[in-house]
Design a binder for this molecule. Structure first.
Ligand code: BGC
Length: 849
């Protein structure tokens, strides 16, 4: 090693799964005092009072119990900040946190979320969300930590520790197999035990065993034929018995379907209120022995124990010393945004932009302004202020460099408003015939019939007749000339988000029983003449507001001339495209395609200016086939939180060297995704069969030999890194030690470029000739390492038995087989730089629990 090279043994955050703190073993400090206190409190309560405690109240509270001395406990969403009770720091969303590959940073982010929670007197923070990314369409991917269970587990542990360091209980959610939003109360995830254990449960397991998470939330969906909230297997056998979870297991909001079944299956608390777990149902059930009194006691103990453990019995949870406008939170939000943005493509080293050469810049697109810090639904946080990409660049460049702005496209509302219909193919009135029914089935006579000039219902614009439970609009669309048209229909998602659209009697969008996308989009070839339109909607608009929009726009005419002119004139162009909280949100999925007109916007601006950078706001992959080859640079911004605009400007101009890496594979085509044939329910059923098994994400692409567009773990930097001198060494523990065979993987990582930068070094393990089908490699360690130009560090990763194990469902244990294993090290799942081997002897073969 050269004398100039300073060798530092990097103490890197690698990845030991700590031993399970199973019941009765290694009790946390103070546990006995807590338990004594809990018993005293419990003894003062009547059965009625105990049962009352098991149902929430006022949407986000656990009832106080005067006799027991339990204060009323407050909850708030989660996970991107503290959503309820007024504005808070909007952190980069979950997937962006995962893209930092920096669990220590996530811990600091979560500590600030915890402080914001204390400022609002919140006891339970309803996050993190750790459901695995199967398909880019899942409307809640943005809240979660990506496709890999190991990465998700490390990030989840950081998150839980951060929140809980502030005396706030984190709530890991949603247990389990809740990987889509299109019909979330009814879908049944059909999934084998091995896949559950290896892919979908490890992040929950780590949150419980390593971070001792205070609460767990179950999911809306069914798992193998049973509501998750009634799954004794998941909740009792796995969570409580096997993992030793001693906190509160709550339902999702309205995710309890049967009080007795949920109570017996381990649910401790029904949220938001005791619709099922209440006196009416549980008192007689206890009386007839259908629910044991001891079961009720156990639930109450868990609530009391959590309150005692977190100090809620001693202090007022509202900490007025924490400023609501959290400036430290703001700084950490910026740090996380800087580390979470991923530079996906940088042809010809367009980036970083040179301030001396770029004398003007145009920032164009629907996501340029205002800021889009988070997606929609319960994960949406309203910050005090958020820096849009436009403002971030403006602030960064100041007065000397003009930052031009145009939206470039109409809003969906404007597109709907600009779409003209007639009630008859020729003649007739302008508009559509609207029929409104007070039943949900469009049956009988409509109660209101009127001509609607457009389908553009929203809180701001037109409203539905208030009693309507289903509606129908009929009429004609006559293009000025034949051509290709983008057709979209937008709704609010569940509750009222059900609609179907027919064009010329052909079913174009079917959102009638599943909200496959909040905003459906397709392209139709329309000939001259009138085209028959029939749009039907059902459901009552409620919590999520009113929205039903229908737009038909000619392709090739969507981009504003002003945007094109600005793009041609500026030295560089930033096109900010993607989704927002009205298009990518809880309660519905989204399209793989970018929203209407955005592909066209990118193409036309890239044609106008070679120095075009696309900045993408989304929870995951999108269809880039229509434009990627035309643009030199692409940055994945996710939902970057309130400071996203500042982080983007710093990265574009090289003040910050990008270091985010993908926590999910981005596919070239949706057809390439391993879940393509299994993401939606089997026709005519509610069964979502996880047929890809453990081969989710990169595990599946590698098995199929399909090259993704951007592989899992990919992320570019403005500097370069070299990997060298791999060593894989057996360490302590001895054979058949509690955690199985242990190894230390170490290697040299050098910054070979001219700028300081951070690499995400990844360690993958794969069995050379496995006894059961296994992924060719799986992430088992990683480290984010910052290096000055020329600096080298020795990076170390620890592997324990779990790194080599697969779950043997028959034996109900993790099995480590003897044989050869590859140890692969590199900067992405597809960029392996170093290869090593370990050979596990028959004596090292073991099972782990
Ligand atoms: C979501 C949960 C959330 C809860 C409370 C539900 O609709 O699924 O993630 O914590 O609402 O807002």
């Amino acid at each position: 090693m050269s004398r100039l090279t300073k060798l530092v043994a990097a103490v890197v955050a690698l990845s030991l799964m700590s031993a399970p703190r199973a019941a009765g073993q290694a009790r946390p400090a103070g546990a006995d005092a807590v338990e004594r206190r809990v018993e005293e409190m419990l003894a003062r309560m009547t059965l009625e009072e105990k049962i009352d405690l098991l149902g929430g109240v006022d949407d986000f509270f656990v009832r106080a119990s005067g006799r027991a001395g339990l204060p009323r406990l407050k909850m708030a969403d989660g996970p991107n900040g503290v959503r309820n009770f007024g504005p808070s720091t909007a952190m980069p969303s979950g997937v962006a946190m995962a893209a930092t590959w920096n669990p220590q940073l996530v811990e600091r982010v979560a500590a600030e979320i915890g402080r914001d929670a204390r400022a609002k007197g919140v006891h339970f923070l309803l996050g993190p969300g750790v459901n695995i990314y199967r398909s880019p369409m899942n409307g809640r991917n943005f809240e979660y930590f990506g496709e890999d269970p190991f990465l998700a587990a490390r990030v989840a542990v950081g998150y839980v520790r951060g929140v809980q360091s502030q005396g706030v209980a984190a709530t890991v959610k949603h247990l389990a197999a809740n990987n889509s939003e299109f019909d979330r109360h009814n879908t049944d995830s059909i999934i084998d035990e091995r896949t559950l254990r290896e892919i979908y449960l490890p992040a929950f397991e780590a949150a419980v065993k390593e971070a001792r998470v205070g609460a767990v939330m179950s999911s809306y969906n069914l798992v193998n034929g049973e509501h998750a909230s009634q799954s004794g297997h998941l909740q009792m056998d796995v969570l409580k018995r096997e993992w030793g979870f001693d906190g509160v297991l709550m339902s999702d909001w309205g995710g309890t379907y049967d009080g007795v079944a949920a109570a017996n299956a381990g649910q401790d608390l029904e949220m938001p209120s005791g619709v099922h777990m209440n006196r009416k149902n549980l008192l007689p059930a206890v009386g007839r022995g259908a629910v044991a009194a001891a079961t009720i006691d156990d639930k109450v103990r868990r609530i009391l124990r959590t309150a005692a453990r977190f100090g809620w019995l001693e202090r007022d949870q509202t900490d007025l010393a924490v400023p609501r406008l959290n400036m430290r939170g703001r700084r950490v939000a910026l740090e996380a945004a800087r580390e979470g943005l991923v530079l996906l493509r940088n042809e010809g080293a367009l980036l970083p932009l040179d301030r001396r050469k770029v004398r003007s810049i145009a920032v164009i697109g629907p996501v340029a302004y205002p800021a889009v810090p988070v997606g929609g639904g319960s994960g949406r946080v309203e910050p005090f202020a958020a820096v849009s990409f436009l403002e971030g660049l403006g602030n960064h460049l100041g007065e000397s460099t003009p930052v031009y702005y145009a939206r470039g496209l109409r809003t969906l509302g404007e597109m709907a408003e600009a779409t003209e219909f007639t009630t008859q193919p020729a003649g007739g009135e302008a508009g559509l015939r609207g029929e409104y029914f007070t039943n949900a089935e469009l049956s009988g006579e409509p109660t209101v019939v009127r001509v609607e000039p457009r389908v553009n219902f929203s809180r701001q614009a037109r409203l539905f007749p208030p009693q309507a439970l289903s509606s129908r609009w009929t009429g004609y669309f006559t293009p000025k000339a034949a051509g290709e048209f983008d057709v979209f229909a937008a709704s609010t998602g569940e509750d009222a988000g059900f609609f179907r659209l027919y064009v010329d009697d052909r079913l174009v969008f079917d959102n009638w029983s599943e909200t496959r996308a909040l905003v459906r989009l397709t392209t139709l070839e329309l000939g001259p003449g009138a085209h028959k339109i029939l749009l039907e909607q059902r459901g009552k608009f409620g919590r999520l507001g009113t929205r039903m929009q229908l737009g038909i726009q000619r392709r090739g005419e969507m981009v504003s001339p002003e945007a094109k002119a600005l793009a041609a004139k500026a030295d560089a162009v930033v096109v900010a495209v993607g989704f927002d909280h009205t298009m990518e949100a809880e309660g519905a999925d989204r399209t793989f395609r970018l929203p209407a007109g955005q592909d066209e916007l990118i193409r036309e601006l890239a044609d106008a200016n070679r120095n075009t950078v696309v900045v993408l706001t989304s929870g995951g992959g999108v269809d880039m086939s229509g434009w990627l080859e035309r643009v030199p640079a692409l940055i994945q911004a996710w939902y970057p939180g309130q400071e996203g605009g500042t982080a983007l400007a710093e990265i574009l101009f090289g003040d910050v060297n990008p270091s985010g890496h993908l926590p999910a594979t981005f596919e070239r085509r949706w057809e390439d995704n391993p879940t393509h044939g299994s993401y939606y329910p089997q026709a005519g059923t509610n069964r979502v069969e996880y047929r890809e098994g453990v081969f989710v994400g990169y595990r599946g692409y590698e098995k199929a030999g399909t090259k993704p567009l951007f592989p899992f773990g990919h992320g570019l930097s403005y500097t370069t890194f070299r990997y060298a001198n791999l060593s894989v060494r057996r360490v302590g523990g001895g054979e058949r030690a509690a955690r199985g065979p242990a190894f230390e993987v170490s290697f040299d990582l050098t910054n070979t470029g001219g700028r300081a930068g951070a690499e995400v070094a990844q360690v993958y393990v794969g069995a050379a000739s496995p006894a059961v089908p296994r992924p060719s490699k799986e992430l088992k360690g990683f480290a984010k390492v910052s290096l000055r130009p020329g600096e080298t560090r020795r990076v170390t990763a620890a592997l324990d038995g779990r790194a080599f194990a697969y779950y043997d469902a028959g034996a109900k244990a993790w099995r480590v087989d003897p044989g050869e294993y590859r140890v692969l090290v590199g900067g992405s799942s597809a960029r392996v730089e170093l290869r090593g081997n370990v050979n596990l002897t028959p004596a090292e073969a073991t099972t782990l629990r």
